[in-house]
Design a protein around this ligand. Structure first.
Ligand code: BJW
Length: 224
């Protein structure tokens, strides 16, 4: 049984990490589609660095919740047959013990050099523009995927979806592509599809089954 789990901000919500589009979402007062762009970074890099610095700091104060732990237990049962594809830039899956995690929208704990595209571990003070350890240019930015940029690991993800027996989407609003199209891709390839979310998402009708409730309750019930 090959399983692909797609996670979104709702998986980390019960850990205290704000989602993007719920009432108390991250970019309060702004549409995330307007500010999570390379153009917004070009216009005000210091503001964007401060925003990600604050999120990185907040991450140090939160812990994985039962949804993350449930998925880590599932990996212990399924091994290589399970892949978690996450849109989240936090490291809560890894801190719960998951090892097979693909961060398609990048990671808060990583920096990307705009000049040589090298990805390096984020070190304190990067907001102050130290040189890239690869090319020496002062061009390090947060290693996250903004609108208009191509998500990471797409070839591998598409291959996994094409051979999946089960696709499960957890805590994602289904409005951001390409992740929102994964359910259709998996279904066309013959996978059963299951959605776990507090409420209906943009793509709920595409799933074979939907369960409603907090991920911290739904995931352990599904897994155990
Ligand atoms: C709970 C819960 C609890 C709460 N328990 N559940 C027109 C049509 C189609 C596509 C496009 C278009 N125009 C432009 C595009 C493309 C664009 C796009 O999708 N735009 C749409 C907005 C229209 N996409 C892109 O540009 C992407 N790149 C791309 O397409 O490249 C082309 C290409 C692709 C593939 C191959 C080759 C080429 C890039 C998208 C980058 C998204 N980046 C962000 C920011 C990351 C950095 C950061 O963190 O700051 O990623 S935006 C933001 O949205 C973030 C998230 O990962 C992403 C998804 O959000 P998510 O996780 O779903 O969160 P929410 O808040 O939306 O939802 C939370 C959900 O949880 C809700 O459903 C709640 O109900 C639920 N929930 N508490 C269970 N306790």
């Amino acid at each position: 049984m090959r399983v692909v789990v797609l996670t979104g901000a709702g998986v980390s919500a019960e850990s205290g990490v704000p989602t993007f589009r719920d009432a108390d979402g991250l970019w309060e007062g702004h549409r995330v589609e307007d500010v999570a762009t390379p153009e917004a970074y070009d216009a005000a890099p210091d503001v964007v660095h401060r925003f990600y610095d604050a999120r990185r700091e907040a991450l140090a104060a939160v812990e994985p919740n039962p949804a993350h732990h449930g998925l880590a237990r599932l990996e212990q049962h399924l091994g290589d047959a399970l892949t978690v594809v996450t849109q989240n830039v936090d490291d809560l899956h890894e801190r719960a013990g998951s090892q097979r995690v693909l961060h398609m929208h990048g990671e808060l704990r990583s920096a990307l050099c705009r000049a040589c595209r090298r990805r390096v571990r984020w070190l304190e003070g990067l907001g102050h523009q130290p040189p890239c350890p690869g090319c020496g240019l002062r061009a390090l930015r947060p290693d996250v995927v903004w609108f208009g940029e191509v998500p990471y690991e797409m070839d591998r993800i598409v291959e996994l979806l094409r051979s999946a027996d089960l696709f499960v989407a957890i805590g994602t609003s289904g409005v951001v592509y390409p992740a929102a199209a994964f359910v259709q891709l998996a279904a066309r390839a013959g996978a059963r599809t299951l959605e776990l979310n507090l409420v209906s998402s943009g793509v709920s009708p595409d799933f074979d089954e939907a369960r409603r409730g907090p991920a911290g309750e739904l995931v352990p019930t599904w897994v155990d």
